[in-house]
Ligand binder design. Structure first.
Ligand code: NAP
Length: 323
């Protein structure tokens, strides 16, 4: 797997990352089972064997259990820590936390951000995160307060670098204006199915075309040197099989299958190759829970799609030719 430097850092990340959201499937208070531990370890080992070194977490995934499963694996193999880029996210709170009746909400208060990181470090059984992302923009977030939290976390050695997730260009600019150090990543939903951030650039100057609030996000990330990470890059499997695809998605799934057959790889590898071909240097965060599917998808790193293949997939997905 090829690696590239994450701008503004000394980190070299694999072009494809592994998303740990479903390391534990149960988002409840149950204890992880021995089978869940074995399955999680197999997934982590498969990712490492394929050259993946960046693992994406969040404090909320499976109510902390996904981080716990990863931490249990790491505790049994502590010498692996130096070769890993561990990333977690914070800023979302569940309903009924801390009181019964509390609504699900976002919380960028300094107190919550610091407590969240400390929880992640405990569960992951590590002293530091390489990257911390703000999970979703908090309308009540105050950039000066976030900056203080980032400073404290950096000064105490708990977090090396900071980024955001699901942030638009203007939100990145506002936050960055208050920070002493550069934001280094923005994790957003991008896939051949959810291709709006890419399509926006195509329709930007087209009369009558809708232009959304997220306009310019990819360009802003490129301009500032932020790593763009794509969550749900496989679109949850919805474009993988023409036979079972929803009728509206069948033409796209057929286009994916045709390109996959020509390259002799899986549909998932082509979905990743489509993202990797974009010049923003998009890093897919793959979340399959099947080691065989993960291994096959990583073949996408070795495929350089030509313009014709790339546009064939794009026009199928956008439902028509480019203007
Ligand atoms: N920042 C955010 O707001 C945000 C939001 C969501 C996710 N994320 C991150 O992104 C990562 C990936 O997200 P994701 O899991 O939604 O994305 P994904 O990698 O696009 O999808 C994985 C899901 O698709 C299924 N799938 C893939 N290929 C399939 C096929 N051929 N047939 C049937 N099912 C197939 C997988 O099932 P199997 O497990 O059976 O393979 C799995 O449930 C997460 O782990 C998390 O780290 C971030």
């Amino acid at each position: 797997m090829r690696r590239y430097p994450i701008p503004h850092t000394d980190l070299r990340a694999s072009r494809i990352a592994y998303g740990c959201m479903q390391l534990s499937r149960a988002w409840d208070d149950s204890e992880p089972t021995p089978e869940e531990r074995r399955q999680a370890a197999r997934l982590i080992e498969t990712a490492l064997e394929r050259g993946i070194n960046l693992f994406d977490h969040a404090d909320i995934y499976a109510r902390g259990k996904s981080e716990r499963l990863f931490g249990d694996w790491l505790a049994a193999a502590p010498s692996r820590r130096d070769g890993l880029i561990l990333q977690s996210k914070c800023g979302i709170r569940f309903a009924h936390d801390p009181h019964p009746g509390s609504p699900g909400r976002y919380d960028f208060s300094r107190e919550h951000l610091i407590a969240s990181v400390e929880g992640s470090l405990r569960r992951l059984r590590t002293d530091y995160l390489d990257l911390l992302l703000l999970h979703r923009p908090d309308p009540l977030g105050v950039p000066e307060e976030v900056a203080r939290a980032f400073d404290d976390l950096h000064r105490s050695g708990k977090v090396r670098h900071f980024g955001v997730s699901n942030h638009a260009a203007s939100q990145i600019a506002l936050l960055q204006a208050h920070l002493d150090r550069p934001l280094v990543a923005n994790q957003v939903e991008i896939s051949l199915l959810h291709h709006h951030l890419i399509n926006e650039g195509v329709i930007a100057a087209t009369t009558g075309a809708a232009y959304t609030a997220a306009a310019g996000t990819l360009d802003e990330c490129r301009h500032r040197g932020l790593l763009v990470q794509a969550w749900s890059p496989l679109a949850g499997g919805r474009l993988s099989q023409p036979e079972t695809a929803e009728p509206a998605l069948r033409p796209t799934a057929e286009a994916v299958a045709a390109v996959a057959a020509r390259h002799g790889v899986s549909a998932e590898a082509i979905l990743l190759a489509w993202l990797l071909r974009h010049p923003a240097g998009i890093q897919p965060i793959v979340g399959t829970t099947r080691p065989d599917r993960l291994a096959a998808a990583c073949a996408g790193d070795g495929i350089e799609l030509g313009r014709e293949d790339w546009y064939a997939l794009f026009t199928a997905a956008r439902g028509g030719p480019v203007p």
